[in-house]
Design a protein around this ligand. Sequence first.
Ligand code: HXC
Length: 508
Amino acid sequence: MKDVLIELEQRRATARLGGGQKRIDAQHARGKLTARERLEILLDPDSFEEYDMFVEHRSSDFGMEKQKIPGDGVVTGWGTVNGRKVFVFAKDFTVFGGSLSEAHAQKIIKIQDMAIRNRAPVIGLFDAGGARIQEGVAALGGYGEVFQRNVLASGVIPQISVIMGPCAGGDVYSPAMTDFIFMVRDRSYMFVTGPDVVKTVTNETVTSEELGGAKIHTTKSSIADGAYDNDVDALIDMRRLMDFLPGNNIEGAPEWPSFDDPDRYDPSLDRLIPDNPNKPYDIKELILKTVDEGDFFEIQEAFARNIVTGFGRLEGRTVGVVANQPMVLAGVLDSDASRKAARFVRFCDCFEIPIVTFVDVPGFLPGTAQEYGGLIKHGAKLLFAYAEATVPKVTVITRKAFGGAYDVMASKHLRGDVNYAWPTAQIAVMGAKGAVEIIFRGADAEGIASKTKEYEDHFMSPFVAAERGYIDEVIQPRSTRRRVARALAMLRGKRLENPWKKHDNIPL
Ligand code: HXC
């Protein structure tokens, strides 16, 4: 028995070395951790249960029969994050560049199947060179099987991808179908075809960083939801994110002990809105002063900054927050902001996370760039997402709620459950001056000024909407946290179902 146990330990030790010490050193020299080191940071101590450590590829082409490395370029298993179960796979760049063989794919598929069956999230750590070139179609088949499971798991269990090195070719589409993608700055990049192919096909000269680095994907393409300076920061923040997310689509938002009084008033909020209605203020101040302990996990912070999306907690339970940001483009809704918020709202609805919406929006952004870019369809995505959502929806209008954007932002008409307005709210078809210039076209300056005043006095308040019951209550800014927390407490038992359908046809 002793010899058998020694052999087991030796085999394990060999497998744990992956592609060998030289390649591990090279990985470290590039400022990257190995797959196993990453999992050690991501998961609770001693919680990782590794599977398929001895799996090897079955390829015999191009001399591959002589190159077998146990584990075959991906480390898989499950563990816990703050005691909650998660399934994981981490590409091991030291083994054939983390490239995906048929056997490698089967290891990932096994984890995906287990995660779906056991209703727990999957976190994938990517650092790989795409399809195992020596395997050809067997690798492509492997990718297809992984993709299929990504789709089946979508909306059932959270799926998170962290890109920590190269992620090219077949490797990009699995993360693209997961709920969130995070990247590590300067060390990771994602593209379908790399700079060499780009040069050949389009004659463009571009670096990997310019083509698919974290900066591009967090600010321009919106492929990534956030970026970190290094592996450790990324993994520690993934632990924080997991604390906000439910394990699946039926268990409901997680609850943690909160030491923040839900009845806490914040008198400084009474002064948040500037006297001048065209002056900006930072909506994040309101978010941070509303959620428990000011703990807010922002999603897509660097993209479409005219809308803020992210997770917070109220009375210890996760909420999704969507808020127009007056500091950027006056908080206007454009195509990017609409897409960003729509996807976030749909994530929350899939996973039974209540949505809190803070509204200060002057409308949709006019112009040819927006219209040619499909603003109608992109704006409709957000409208659609809010309208189909059945989770508790609590809305607070702080200032402007103009035009179609009023309807879109979780209004009463889209089944908003509790809709509050601050006394500073202005709910109207459009801004007063624009409205008067249309209705009283041709009037002189004096006439415009007096009619503008009349329009403002009549419409630029929350009370016309409140008189119709579109606003449930006009609240004091200082009491926002308490009112939102109480509304969510009341909505805990909410049951609302949409008519049966195979699936909807959201405008894509
Ligand atoms: C087999 C691979 C590999 C691959 C890397 N390696 N990619 N082996 N298949 N796809 C091996 C290398 O041979 C090398 O082995 C080791 O991994 C490290 O690679 P390096 O090139 O030395 O590292 P680096 O200089 O950092 O470059 C990393 C890289 C580069 C940018 C990822 O390796 C690369 O361009 N690889 C090929 C990418 C690619 O075209 N993949 C196929 C995409 S097509 P040794 O033994 O020397 O350490 C695809 C289609 C699927 O994925 C579509 C499905 C929908």
